[in-house]
Design a protein around this ligand. Structure first.
Ligand code: NDP
Ligand code: X2W
Length: 344
């Protein structure tokens, strides 16, 4: 058994970590923080966890208690992990950060997109980007993992086979993405109100969203060359889920695209390439640590369309974070996440 700490335990990704870790045979959650709910029992705030964490109580963040854990998850807004990571790493605690704090390798670029100075640029060379389908061996050795964002996970997984094989025009890649409202976190915000978000849909960040540099960084690494990406996120009236529709222009005769995708993800426990002609639904991955993909070539023309769905809170956040923990500690990669998706 290893001891786990969670900073930011009252948010949607924090409670999703608890839900998944309740089924994990190798871990015990020892510390869970919240400033606003300090002193409140976890099961009083989240009755779905009754019977699993009956003695666990939210406490204010305390570096000493966190440093006594083997691994600490940060499920906090950006900037929080910057402030605590150095001290915890010095004590030998391994860190898995769900926020964007260590995702971009360039501190100046991070400052530009997040509107504040990078709080721990000296740690960037230690940070491993936690996309197991790309960085599995580095993750096993990592002390600090930056868990990819939700949109970046769906987009990168869908485009990797095409970019690694250099089959599409790198000057014009389009990612048209839809997210459920839990992507905006649990804090009260007007756009997340039922009357604002239901029975309606809107694009946002079309001129530049903070996930653009993160996605581009991953696509450039996959292609080994600059990639011009247009990324437009949308807020949709669902609770969980990301649906990414990805467009590329084929530069040559690509051969069997279905076989390319099946071969690239063969043996990947968190990626399911669906049969040719499929249209994956977000509800088919609800609650599961899974990205479902389908590849299409409409009319046999020069456009390739990839459909990629994930649960933003699972493969897009907490599930992927636990997949990283499992790799770092030599556990079964999908420990805690064996159950199929919820349907309906
Ligand atoms: N929601 C999603 O789909 C995804 C979210 N993420 C990322 O994961 C992180 C958490 O997201 P989410 O769970 O949605 O966020 P929420 O807003 O729902 O929760 C944030 C949590 O952080 C705590 N917190 C806030 N400020 C601080 C602080 N200064 N110090 C310590 N704790 C703090 C809050 O508790 P309290 O204020 O009581 O301390 C709360 O528990 C974010 O960085 C987000 O971008 C990543 C992928 C997907
Ligand atoms: C619907 C919604 O608001 N989504 C969030 C992205 C989800 C998220 O929390 O971003 P990270 O993956 O970087 O942590 C947004 O657009 O900022």
């Amino acid at each position: 058994m290893i001891k786990i700490g969670i900073v930011g335990g009252t948010g949607y990704t924090g409670v999703e970590l608890l839900r998944l870790l309740a089924q994990h045979p190798e871990v015990e959650v020892d510390v869970i923080t919240s400033r606003s709910e300090a002193g409140i029992a976890v099961c009083d705030l989240y009755p779905n966890l009754r019977g699993h964490y009956d003695r666990l109580v939210f406490s204010a963040p305390d570096a000493g208690r966190l440093a006594a854990c083997d691994a600490v998850f940060f499920a906090t807004p950006h900037g929080v992990a910057h402030a605590l990571a150095g001290e915890l790493l010095e004590q030998g605690t391994r860190l898995i950060d769900l926020s964007a704090d260590f995702r971009l390798s360039d501190a100046e670029e991070w400052s530009h997109w997040y509107g504040q100075p990078h709080g721990a640029p000296q740690l960037l060379e230690d940070a491993v980007y936690g996309l197991p389908e790309v960085n599995r061996e580095a993750i096993r050795q990592a002390r600090l993992v930056a868990v990819p964002g939700c949109y970046p996970t769906a987009v990168q997984l869908g485009l990797l086979p095409l970019l690694e094989s250099r089959l599409i025009d790198l000057d014009r890649v389009i990612a048209d993405c839809k997210s459920g409202v839990t992507g905006a976190g649990r804090g009260a915000k007007v756009p997340s109100l039922l009357a604002e978000a239901s029975e309606s849909m809107k694009a946002y960040g079309a001129s530049g969203h903070r996930h653009l540099p993160e996605i581009r960084q991953g696509l450039v690494r996959a292609a080994g060359a600059p990639v011009a990406l247009t990324f437009v996120p949308h807020l949709t009236p669902m609770i969980r889920g990301i649906h990414a529709t990805l467009y590329g222009r084929l530069t040559d005769e690509p051969g069997d695209l279905q076989a390319l995708f099946e071969k690239r993800f063969a043996g990947e426990p968190a990626v399911d390439v669906m049969p040719a002609g499929s249209h994956p639904e977000t509800r088919s991955v609800k609650g599961a640590n899974l990205c479902r993909l389908a590849v299409h070539r409409p009319g046999g023309g020069d456009t390739v369309v990839v459909l990629s769905v994930i649960d933003n809170l699972v493969k897009g956040a907490s599930g992927q974070a636990i997949q990283n923990l499992n790799l770092m500690f030599g556990f079964d990669e999908m420990a805690g996440m064996q159950a199929p998706a919820l349907l309906p």
